[in-house]
Design a protein around this ligand. Structure first.
Ligand SMILES: O=P(O)(O)OC[C@@H](O)[C@@H](O)c1c[nH]c2ccccc12
Length: 266
């Protein structure tokens, strides 16, 4: 299989080069949202009355094709926030995921919970951009960055007051965790083969540094899985497709969170 990740990263480099011509970093620093106070996802994930779910707005993906092109970002993200999401994840990639920076900014103006910029960050310019569009957290993907790049990009995010979720998939990538990484996400989905394996999160979890909050990502579609992952020490659950593919994602989210609360209060 052709490495889609390499294709995405190459695309990002061209997008960033073009964006730099349009808006300099100092333009970004002057954006109205740039100096707003950041909301801590680490803090929200630790609040026991919340679900622990980071609910994702995603229109399409390379592995699934179109997931939802009917429900607006405003409608869905507001419903998620009102129904107990601990955070939101908004795809800002246009070409592969059908998202945009505007999507994230629209959500920002409507909700107060933390928002993760879900994209493929390969240049510090994108970290400034994340701050300018209203994100609280950035995603860094270990698979597409060197250890030095993770250190640098996480340091930039930290200096701008944002938090960092470092996503990984293999034990070898543990080495890339830096002091500025606040949360480690284990992706159940292999970004090269797209295979989903929940047991992988559980196996890797025990090996994560104790001071980093653990987030399980992808392919989560039932409450038992969340309970199992919680017992393995995970505090955050990043879920996209399961809600987005339903007729009414906001309602589906609400039903799921209510059922989860029932299960865990027993
Ligand atoms: O839709 P799912 O299977 O619930 O997965 C959500 C999220 O984990 C997934 O979209 C994701 C995880 N890491 C990524 C990196 C880039 C883009 C997308 C992702």
């Amino acid at each position: 299989m052709k490495d889609i990740l390499a294709e995405i990263v190459a695309y990002k480099r061209t997008v960033v080069a073009a964006a730099k011509q349009q808006r300099t970093i100092s333009d970004l620093e002057n954006a109205p949202l740039f100096n707003r106070s950041v909301v801590s996802l680490v803090n929200f994930l630790q609040q026991p009355q919340k679900s622990g779910i980071i609910a994702e707005y995603k229109r399409k993906s390379p592995s699934r094709g179109v997931i939802n092109d009917r429900n607006s970002v405003e409608e869905v993200t507001q419903a998620y926030a009102n129904c107990g999401a601990s955070g939101l994840s908004v795809l800002t990639d246009d070409k592969f995921f059908g998202g945009s920076s505007e999507d994230l900014t629209k959500a920002r103006t409507l909700v107060e919970i933390p928002i993760l910029r879900k994209d493929f960050i390969v240049d510090e310019y994108q970290v400034y951009e994340a701050r300018a569009i209203g994100a609280d957290v950035i995603l860094l993907i270990a698979e597409c960055l060197t250890k030095e790049e993770v250190l640098h990009l996480s340091g930039v995010a930290h200096n701008l007051g944002m938090e960092v979720l470092l996503e990984m998939h293999t034990e070898a990538q543990l080495d890339k965790v830096s002091e500025h990484v606040n949360m480690v996400g284990i992706n159940n989905r292999d970004l090269v083969t797209f295979n989903v394996d929940i047991d992988r999160s559980i196996a890797l979890a025990a090996k994560l540094p104790a001071d980093k909050l653990k987030v399980a990502e992808s392919g989560i579609d039932n409450i038992d899985t969340i309970v199992t992952l919680r017992n393995a020490g995970f505090k955050g659950f990043l879920m996209g497709e399961y809600f987005m593919k339903q007729e009414d994602p906001g309602k589906a989210f609400n039903d799921f969170v209510n059922a989860l609360a029932q299960t865990t209060s027993k």
